[in-house]
Write a protein that binds this ligand. Sequence first.
Ligand code: ZN
Length: 285
Amino acid sequence: MTAKRTIFIMVDGLGMPSSGWKKSFFDDMSTDFCRLLDENSSRCRTDMGVQGLPQSATGQTSLFTGVKTAASIGSHLPGFPGPRMREIILQNNIFKYLLEKGFSVAFANAYLKYNLDELRNMSLRSVTTVMVESAIGWVRGLECLLSGKAVYHDITNETASSKYGKVPAISPEKAAQNLLSISESHDFTLFEYFLTDRDGHKMDMKALKRHFSDLGRMVVEIAKGIGSSTSLILTSDHGNAEDMSIRTHTRNPVPLMLLNTGIGSLQETRIEDVFSITTRNFNNA
Ligand SMILES: [Zn+2]
């Protein structure tokens, strides 16, 4: 048996709305995406048994390493990983794990502001940047973005167009096609989206509407295009945007959407289980 190719989308700050997807304000932003989430996602707890609001450094490290990070250090750590989280990431992460088993991996996000050498010297590096830097050793830049071999963090290149010159804006559907084409030559392809978290902190419903709609159009197009040989996994590091009445993260469960994974429906999972769920197909290969 060969492993299915996998596309993994990490959406920062997207918890499950208490009313359910179809009755939430998200349904007005992207009905088709809400239907996909409603039919294919289960509740994933992000608290790791630790009090306080789940945060990005511990949440993302847990997602991509399988370590119950917040429990092992006794608290949820926000933002960028510090030395202890970096140590956990360097020891084992989804890229390193799959590369060591002989699979090919891609981080699809385009880096336009800094190159890898500049990033190496920065103390504030995201979880995925630490993973990419240590396991893959190169990042996709402007050339990749222009040739459709990378996806910008805002999906449509809208913010890249104004900041970095001639980057044509694209539709979310075109971004989906680009992500699908990257995944065709890799066993595992990761894309990270964080504007949902930013909108939640700003309580900016207008921006969230645009961003969730773009994200939804991209995900729906990917779901249509994956065929039987590719799995699609989408999840988040913690809640936030599902409750626009507060500026903070939430303890709500996040969706764990599994399409084509062969795993079937799950009742409730925990963020530290996502690594083993994601690698299941690869371990059975
Ligand atoms: Zn946040």
